[in-house]
Design a protein around this ligand. Sequence first.
Ligand code: 13P
Length: 250
Amino acid sequence: MRKQIVAGNWKMNTTFSDGAELIKQIILKTDSVKNTQLIIAPPFILTSEAGKLTSNTKIEVSGQNCSNQAKGAFTGEVSAEMLKSAGANHVILGHSERRAYYLETNGLINEKIKISLENNLTPIVCCGEVLDERENNEHFEVVSKQIKGMFYGINAEDFKNIIIAYEPVWAIGTGKTATPIQAQEMHKFIRETIMNSYGSEIAENLSILYGGSCKPSNAKELFANPDVDGGLIGGASLSADDFIAIANSF
Ligand code: 13P
């Protein structure tokens, strides 16, 4: 049975105290959430605090990125092992903002996926096309190439601990959401792509999340699709009420 998941990517928002307060507000509202896994991905400065505050709650903690290196002289980097030791059990990898602003490639993301799995972190691996690619009808080809590159050398056993997030870049932070039909057809395509490499059991158990201007007002129609297993939420995850309302949209 695949999991329903709502994950909040806080991006570079909140100070330490604002973030701790937001975590406390979310915890207070989780009683209404029944069959949905909640994950929050605060900035690194809050990973350890989030780990402490959420122990014995329904909420799990994620990093927003990690290094492709295990340890050593890599100034400014945070390793998968460090994240795990601070209380995270997930990590978002390959986000389009990392690709666009920090020039991350599918090859680099592949290394990060491998090192995350070695450290028992579940990667939430992002894919998605930019507007030009969608307008030129290249979106399936682009996502297929991202998946092939990012999961090179990843085996079926590893795939039991992987979540995929489809985030059309033109929908991120723009208020322009993919239609339920656009989301469903891409999620189905991703599941079929994984099925072709890893078989139907792995593909059926894989949670595929939608990200891109997902909010309480549109989450229900997106999550109603058979291949949409939840959301990776940016802006709306910074409001405890909105985040919980989205989690209750299945
Ligand atoms: P928004 O929900 O703000 O569009 O961001 C989506 C996202 O990038 C989540 O990773």
